[in-house]
Design a protein around this ligand. Structure first.
Ligand SMILES: Cc1cc2nc3c(=O)[nH]c(=O)nc-3n(C[C@H](O)[C@H](O)[C@H](O)COP(=O)(O)OP(=O)(O)OC[C@H]3O[C@@H](n4cnc5c(N)ncnc54)[C@H](O)[C@@H]3O)c2cc1C
Ligand code: FES
Length: 341
């Protein structure tokens, strides 16, 4: 039994829907609401993006320290606003929360806790590892592009890692983990050995394929390749009828991975275009491909993004610079989906 199962529970009433969910002591409001199957807006799940902002009308709560000053300003805090992903109830509560409008193509999968066993841990580059995990739930269903949260021993917060393959219903999940110097979560994940057990929950996230029948643009950097790989592999399970572009940015040649894999796919799919680029090529790097920041490379190839959907994943600077290029080229935010990390 999960330790949380024996804890005090609180009743959370959501306004204006009138829906009620049960939240356990130590569980965040967002976690309780998502597990009840009620779709509300969210993004990072760590108090950074403010997508899950809501207003407490009644009740006591604790806002976790991780909430960024920018995601929730001090005047908002004094007006009772909270970030649902980082709020722990301390009594029954009434919370005013935005309900997600039913979006065409949106998919809502139930969230489960799971235990897993590491099957493989192989370095892809000097700091990115491929980690394969066999879960105890073969029927774990998710959309390509979504992510799981993993329990990191000794840490209050979990860490998010995106699935790098589409769902196979065999309960085998692949992740690409970048080791961050001094980062507790990524070092724990990168040091796992075959046979080690691991606990997590999921699936989470809203970056998944919406419409397959239109030109598509994918842009990734670093381990941001993981969810993009899952989406592209999902896409290629059916014939593609429109152009699909994948721009991948790395600093130097030693930061690139799966280059042959993408190049081979390009050879078998006429309409798939793979453009890797190095932003900080080293003197000894043998490289005749594109150079520069990936957003600039995208702009070099395309000026007009009308009629496309775009999926982006990578560090904040990649997302911000690529968004500028896309907006300039006429793409609306409703056609852009991204995870920033
Ligand atoms: C939706 C989502 C999906 C994600 N998917 C993946 C994934 O598939 N693969 C993956 O590798 N990561 C992914 N992440 C990031 C991951 O969840 C962790 O944030 C990351 O591994 C750092 O955690 P840490 O505990 O090692 O570092 P922390 O202890 O949180 O941070 C240590 C220090 O490193 C800095 N830092 C944190 N992240 C970075 C970074 N990327 N580059 C440079 N400095 C950093 C922090 O500011 C801090 O100073 C995802 C994040 C989100 C929100
Ligand atoms: S989901 Fe990003 S702040 Fe809550």
């Amino acid at each position: 039994m999960n330790a949380i199962d024996s804890l005090t529970t609180y009743r959370i009433s959501l306004e204006p829907s009138g829906r009620e969910v049960v939240c356990k002591e130590g569980q965040t409001l967002l976690d309780a609401v998502l597990r009840s199957g009620f779709p509300i807006p969210y993004g990072c799940r760590h108090g950074n993006c403010s997508s899950c902002k809501a207003r407490v009308l009644e009740g006591d709560y604790q806002l976790m320290d991780r909430v960024s000053e920018f995601a929730l300003m001090s005047f908002e805090r004094s007006e009772g606003y909270v970030l649902m992903c980082s709020t722990l109830p301390e009594s029954d509560m009434v919370v005013e929360v935005e309900e997600l409008e039913e979006e065409e193509g949106a998919r809502y999968y139930p969230i489960h806790d799971f235990d897993g066993v590491v099957v493989e841990n192989t370095p892809y580059t000097h700091d990115i590892h491929k980690l394969t995990v066999q879960m105890d739930r073969p029927n774990f269903d998710y959309a390509a592009g979504q992510f799981c949260e993993f329990v990191i021993p000794g840490m209050e917060d979990s860490r998010a890692y995106s699935m790098a393959t589409p769902c196979t219903n065999a309960g085998l999940l692949e992740f690409h983990i970048k080791r961050i110097p001094g980062g507790k979560g990524s070092n724990y994940m990168c040091d796992l050995q075959p046979g080690d057990s691991i606990q997590g929950s999921g699936p989470y996230g809203k970056m998944y394929l919406r419409n397959r029948s239109k030109p598509l643009l994918f842009v990734a950097g670093g381990s941001g390749m993981a969810p993009i790989k899952a989406m592209l592999e999902d896409l290629f399970t059916q014939p593609i009828t429109d152009d699909v572009w994948f721009f991948y940015g790395a600093r130097t040649k030693k930061d690139l991975y799966l280059l042959d894999y993408w190049t081979n796919l390009q050879e078998t799919h006429d309409r798939f275009h793979f453009i890797p680029a190095l932003s900080d090529k080293e003197p000894l790097d043998e490289w005749s491909g594109e150079e520069g920041y990936i957003a600039d490379v995208v702009a070099k190839y395309m000026e007009d993004f009308l009629g496309m959907d775009a999926y982006l994943c990578g560090p904040p600077i990649l997302i911000q610079t690529t968004l500028k290029v896309l907006y300039k080229g006429g793409l609306r935010s409703s056609n852009i989906f991204y995870d920033e990390f």
